[in-house]
Design a protein around this ligand. Sequence first.
Ligand SMILES: [Zn+2]
Ligand SMILES: [Zn+2]
Length: 147
Amino acid sequence: MMTLSELQRHLERRGLRTTQPRLRLLQFFAETDGHFTPEEIAERFRLAGEPIPTATLYQNLRVFSAHGLVSEVIGGGGEVRYDTNLTPHSHLRCNGCGTLLDVALSLPDLQPQGQGHDWQITGARVELQGICPDCQAGTPTPPTPTL
Ligand SMILES: [Zn+2]
Ligand SMILES: [Zn+2]
């Protein structure tokens, strides 16, 4: 678990002002694994007895995303989810229940053919789609298993 001063340094290094909601959000992301909608994050804080005003939450999520403190991923229903896993990874998305799974992929040579061939490729975001084992077995898990 990161200490408050470590979290504060994370913000300062990016030139971000330290506020209580930002520290609490950072702590949540540091301690929690998953892909959360803003509504799910708000619910977590509400249940913990420390609600964050919706406008504050949305604004800070956008700021965090713009500064690389959290990454955005599109969930099974097209909704924006915030990914707490900041190490480079790819996603497996289930077409049945919408579950997102973090996976490590060994990528082949991704240099584009034709247009874009002269770009220097520095990274890739891959999302694979499929059917998860639960859905294959006919017992789909709810779309938000992380709650
Ligand atoms: Zn599934
Ligand atoms: Zn992820």
